[in-house]
Design a binder for this molecule. Structure first.
Ligand code: 0X9
Ligand code: ZN
Ligand code: ZN
Length: 417
């Protein structure tokens, strides 16, 4: 009993650490209309601390597309004044980020029990990976594919009915630490697999004929950091040799046009590409696993948030992949499936043209390894809550996303040979 109280006390203290960290911080959405306004945004970013919620926003600004960014409470009024004066089209997306973050949890009193409709911390997810495998030995097995910079084991779940010579689909979540809906989806996917196997005919066919490798959280250190210290953290937590700034963007760290465009060589930036391709232990572990299983892995799906996008190669170049027609048709039909449930609209297309060029991503890398069916999902929403998506949206988001993932998996199965 005492031990239990002490445990709850410790959780409450760590949750309290960042209780007020984002008080009165605002998230703005701007749509620059002319070069002068583009200049205003750029100079803003060089004068005050601006956290762009969609990197590489510099490119978005240049293309006069909408961008969302967060500023400190102390800068918020000045920034709004400036935006008003400039005549720029803008909107306050989130008026008080702390309030939005508080509202993402559907109850203040929280236990540490695992739940598919709540955001789980890493400890809880790690224990869940063991439990779900132990409880479903005929469908799920757990392995460790490496360890993180802070030496946490990186767990991988293999989901499927045992059988000879099966092809596989690789699904990962939690590349970017603050995109909490992403790990929630990987957990949801495994739950649905074990609960609907033998009941749902599509799921049963998929699991009988394919394996799913599900990596619930790639960037575990970053995810832990968003729970303990800074909810808005994106990168890994590795130290840099040449700078006191921490972390590398794992989705700029792959060997696909590495650091040539839409990525930063500055370790202090959110899109820092790292000291070399696969410099991060997490991306190296993932890439090693995929290289070792290239003959079986037929599709690569990586789950991010937010913006409601279904992207495919390329992002490191405006050139279209040779499979453009096929990938575009799959993305179109998967988006349509997704929309059928709650009318959630997705935009789809090649990364560079659809959002921004950004090199070093895992999707482009996997595609260039010969994994033709390579897609990046950007889940809900389109900015109302952004990264602070309320827990009440976990279930609908995961349900609709599952439809798209099942559609793609089924397509892959039907086109295996
Ligand atoms: O920029 C990213 O890494 C992804 N967007 S996010 O807001 N979740 O950070 C998009 C990735 C698209 N694919 C590549 N750039 N390769
Ligand atoms: Zn407090
Ligand atoms: Zn992301």
């Amino acid at each position: 009993m005492w031990a239990l109280l002490v445990l709850i006390g410790a959780a409450a203290v760590s949750a309290h650490l960042q209780d007020h960290a984002f008080d009165e911080q605002k998230v703005f959405r701007v749509i620059p209309q002319n070069d002068e306004q583009v200049e205003i945004i750029n100079s803003l970013a060089s004068n005050i601390q601006v956290d762009f919620w969609q990197p590489d926003s510099v490119a978005l600004v240049r293309q006069k597309m909408q961008v969302d960014f967060r500023v400190d409470a102390s800068d918020a009024f000045e920034v709004e004044d400036l935006l008003k004066e400039s005549g720029m089209e803008y909107r306050v997306l989130i008026d008080n980020l702390q309030a939005a973050l508080d509202a993402q949890f559907d109850s203040k009193a929280r236990g540490t029990a695992h739940s598919y409709v709540k955001y789980n911390n890493w400890e809880t997810i790690a224990a869940w990976t063991a439990d779900i495998a132990a409880q479903n030995p005929n469908l799920v097995s757990r392995s460790v594919i490496g360890e993180t910079y802070e030496r946490r084991p990186i767990y991988l779940l293999k989901v499927g009915k045992r059988g000879p010579n099966k092809k596989a689909i690789f699904v990962d979540c939690g590349f970017h630490a603050r995109e909490w809906i992403s790990p929630a989806f990987c957990q949801w996917f495994v739950k649905e697999a074990v609960e609907t196997y033998g009941k749902d005919t599509v799921m049963t066919t998929l699991l009988n004929n394919l394996d799913f490798y599900v990596l619930p959280v790639v960037n575990i250190d970053g995810y832990v950091y968003t729970w303990t210290t800074n909810r808005m953290w994106r990168k890994t937590r590795s130290k840099n040799a040449v700078s006191s700034c921490i972390g590398t963007d794992p989705n700029r760290n792959f060997n696909a046009g590495w650091c040539t465009i839409g990525a930063s060589k500055n370790p202090c930036d959110a899109t820092y590409c790292g000291s070399a391709p696969e410099s991060e232990k997490e991306t190296k572990a993932l890439a090693d696993f995929i290289r070792e299983h290239l003959s079986t892995i037929k599709a690569y799906l990586t789950i991010h948030s937010y913006s409601q996008l279904l992207l495919f190669p390329y992002s490191y170049t405006y050139k279209l992949p040779s499979d453009y027609e096929e990938l575009n048709a799959i993305a179109r039909d998967a988006s349509k499936k997704l929309k059928s449930l709650y009318n959630t609209k997705y935009t789809y297309g090649p990364g560079a043209q659809t959002i921004y060029p950004a090199a070093g991503g895992s999707d482009d890398w996997a595609y260039n390894q010969g994994i033709k069916y390579s897609f990046t999902f950007e889940l809900r929403d389109t900015g109302r809550y952004g990264f602070a998506l309320p827990e009440s949206q976990i279930k609908p988001t995961c349900e609709e996303t599952l439809l798209a993932v099942k559609y793609i998996a089924n397509y892959v199965l039907e086109h295996l040979y």
